[in-house]
Design a binder for this molecule. Structure first.
Ligand SMILES: *Cc1c(COP(=O)(O)O)cnc(C)c1O
Length: 359
């Protein structure tokens, strides 16, 4: 079976973990600081703050920006649930705007209609590794004086207009094992704002500025040095990993027939967290079954948009129509694109997809 994702853990990660275990400092310590510095350098930001997950990175970033009860945050419904749930954790309300059909990202042309006096922030989700149109989004944010928090959980190292994602607004990354790099579990916040970085650190550590003096409510969202050691070793390989993903994607683009392949707008660099095709005419689920029979793993990201999830409809009363998002949920299928694929694996994937349409 060719799996849809495969974390690549080598001797560097193993040795780095052993060094931490031998060092006697296991919780948040010097490795976390080193990982943060290297991550900030990768994004081109002044600061990076490590947390326990992408979810807690988003949660902390929103809180550090003062977002809470009574506020609205504009985001995408075509995403992993954590994007929107992190807004709920703060007491604020996620407001969903439809996506562009080709990029699967927020459609900037539809954002302004969703802005109200309560809107505090826009949270673009750079889905599948492709940056949102940040030029258009930043112009809207500036005009309406809105905070930008990037959900970059799937787009480590992706570029828009020569700039790495996570450096446009406050960046939030996940280090879950299926992501482009992993620390086991983990998250990272990136920013150029010193006060915001400080606030994130305080929220991460029980609202504590001075040891055992707590001026505000915080959490324990600290990363361990064990996780940071893995993450740092992985970060050194990010360029290589992303280049392999891009090369695999180029091969698939060239050889797949009968399906809509991913786009890469001029000036953007897609890092292919997922290689997501569109399958028309209700054939998506049959193709998925066909691929499974041929030993090719694939996945539907995401079958149910957030605004149609039961918790959102039943408990929160969401009842809106987002036609482009809903259509995408019916047609998308992600194929393996990860760096562990061999040339033979890529041939197998192409043959499996093309044989479905040839039949
Ligand atoms: C993975 C992911 C998250 C959450 O990250 P975790 O590390 O799993 O908490 C948030 N948003 C998006 C778009 C993701 O893909």
């Amino acid at each position: 079976m060719i799996h849809i994702a495969k974390p690549l853990i080598g001797d560097e990660e193993k040795q780095a973990v052993m060094e931490v275990l031998d060092s006697g400092i296991i919780a948040q310590g010097p490795r976390v600081a080193a990982f943060e510095a290297a991550f900030a350098a990768m994004c081109g930001t002044k600061y990076a703050i490590a947390t326990t997950s992408g979810t807690t990175a988003l949660h902390v970033a929103l809180l550090a920006h003062g977002i809470g009860e009574g506020d609205e945050v504009i985001t995408s419904s075509f995403t992993f649930i954590a994007s929107a749930n992190s807004v709920l954790f703060t007491g604020a309300k996620p407001v969903f705007v439809d996506i562009e059909p080709d990029t699967f990202n927020l459609d900037p042309a539809k954002i302004e209609a969703a802005i109200t006096p309560r809107t505090k922030a826009i949270m673009p989700v750079h889905l599948f590794g492709l940056p949102t149109n940040m030029e258009a989004l930043e112009a809207i944010a500036k005009k309406h004086n809105l905070i930008v928090i990037e959900d970059a959980c799937q787009s480590h190292g992706a570029v828009f207009g020569g700039q790495v994602v996570g450096s446009f607004g406050t960046g939030c990354f996940s280090l879950y094992p299926t992501k482009n790099i992993t620390s086991g579990e983990g998250g990272m916040i990136t920013t150029n704002d010193e006060a915001l970085a400080e606030s994130c650190k305080v929220i991460r550590q029980h609202g504590m500025r001075r040891r055992y003096y707590h001026d505000e409510l915080g959490f324990n969202f600290r990363m361990t040095d064990i996780h940071a050691a893995i993450g740092l070793a992985q970060l050194h390989k990010l360029g290589k990993f992303n280049a392999a993903r891009r090369q695999n994607a180029a091969f698939l683009n060239e050889h797949l027939q009968g399906v809509g392949v991913p786009v890469e707008p001029a000036g953007s660099q897609h890092v292919y967290h997922q290689y997501t095709i569109r399958v028309k005419d209700g054939q998506r689920d049959a193709l998925l079954q066909h691929l499974t029979d041929k030993g090719v793993g694939s996945g539907v990201y995401y079958p149910v948009p957030v605004h149609q999830q039961t918790y959102y409809t039943e408990e929160l009363g969401y009842n809106q129509s987002l036609p482009v998002t809903e259509q995408a949920a019916l047609e998308v299928l992600s194929l393996p694109v990860h760096p562990a694929l061999s040339a033979g694996d890529l041939e197998t994937i192409v043959d499996a997809v093309n044989s479905f349409f040839a039949a």
